[in-house]
Design a protein around this ligand. Structure first.
Ligand code: 4G1
Length: 245
C-alpha cells in the first residue's frame, strides 16, 4: 500500500513513521509513505501557505493553491481514483471498520490541516471524505493522520507476525482486551490470578473470554450492544456478573 500525507510539518510525520510496526512495514516494503509539504509548492518569496480569513476573526486559513498543488504532486505518484481523506473534527469518527475499508485500498492520501483548517472550496473538488478521531481540539491533523496510518498498517497482510495477527483477530471481535500480567507473581500484596499460573490452556482461554466480556460490559456497554453474544458468551458474562456481586 502507498500512503501520502500532505502536511506543513513533514518532519513530524516522518519521525513518528520510523517507529514500531509502521517503521518495520516500510523497511520490509509492505507500505510506502510519501510526505508532501504544501510549502514546497509555492513560488512567492515568503512561501506563503496561509492567509487571513475573509470576514475577519482570529486565526489563519490554509490557502487553496498550495494544498491543491501538493495534492496534485501526491496524485502524480499514485494509482488513479485514490481517495483523498481530510482529517477534521467534522469528519465521521474513525473506527476499526473504517480502517479495514482503507486497508483494502492500493493507495490513500491523508490531508492534515493546521491553523483554522483549509479553504472551504477545496472540499468541492479535492476531498473525497472527512475523518475525525473524536470530539476534541487538536492543533493539527498530523497526529490524527499517524493514528489512522498505524491502524491501517497493522491490517496489511504480512505486517504483523502470526501470533500478533491472531491476537488482533480475536479482539477485533468488538470486545475490550482481557487483563494482562507479567512477573513477579506477587507485588505489593497483589497476586496474579491463580488460573493464569495453572498451565490449563482451556481454562485460561475461558477466563480471558469472560474477563473480556465483563470488562466490555462494565466499561464500554456501547461495544456490547453492537454485538450478538452466542449462548456460551452469554453464560460467561452471567458468571462474571455473579462473581462480581
Ligand atoms: C472546532 C480533532 C475545531 C481535531 C471544533 C479531532 C475541534 C483531525 C482532528 C476543532 C482535529 C472541534 C481530529 C479543531 C483537527 C484544522 C487544524 C482542524 C486542526 C484542527 C471539536 C483544529 N481528528 N483540528 N480544529 O480541533 O484537525 O482528525
Amino acid at each position: 500500500m502507498h500512503i501520502s500525507v500532505i502536511s506543513l510539518f513533514p518532519e513530524m510525520v516522518f519521525n513518528i513513521s520510523k517507529y514500531g510496526v509502521v517503521g518495520r512495514a516500510q523497511k520490509r516494503e509492505l507500505m510506502t509513505l510519501e510526505i508532501e509539504n504544501p510549502r514546497d509548492h509555492v513560488s512567492d518569496i515568503h512561501r506563503t501557505v496561509d492567509d487571513r480569513p475573509y470576514g475577519g476573526g482570529p486565526g489563519m486559513v490554509m490557502k487553496y493553491e498550495p494544498v491543491a498543488a501538493a495534492l496534485k504532486a501526491a496524485k502524480d505518484n499514485l494509482t488513479i481514483g485514490c481517495p483523498v481523506v481530510y482529517l477534521s473534527p467534522k469528519g465521521r469518527i474513525f473506527d476499526q471498520t473504517m480502517a479495514k475499508r482503507f486497508a483494502k485500498m492500493p493507495s490513500l492520501i491523508l490531508l492534515a490541516g493546521r491553523y483554522e483548517g483549509i479553504d472551504e472550496r477545496l472540499f468541492e473538488s479535492h476531498i473525497d471524505e472527512e475523518v475525525s478521531l473524536g470530539d476534541f481540539v487538536l492543533s493539527g491533523g498530523e497526529i490524527a493522520a499517524m493514528a489512522v496510518i498505524d491502524t491501517i498498517v497493522r491490517l496489511l497482510p504480512g505486517v504483523l507476525g502470526d501470533d500478533e495477527s491472531a491476537a488482533q483477530d480475536s479482539f477485533m471481535g468488538g470486545l475490550l482486551d482481557f487483563p494482562h500480567y507479567t512477573r513477579p507473581e506477587e507485588i505489593d500484596g497483589c497476586k496474579v490470578p491463580e488460573v493464569l499460573l495453572s498451565g490449563d490452556h482451556a481454562r485460561i482461554a475461558k477466563w480471558r473470554q469472560k474477563q473480556a466480556l465483563g470488562n466490555s460490559y462494565s466499561k464500554r456497554p456501547d461495544l456490547l450492544e453492537k454485538l450478538d453474544l452466542d449462548d456460551e458468551q452469554q453464560t460467561l458474562l452471567d458468571e462474571f456478573l455473579k462473581e462480581q456481586s
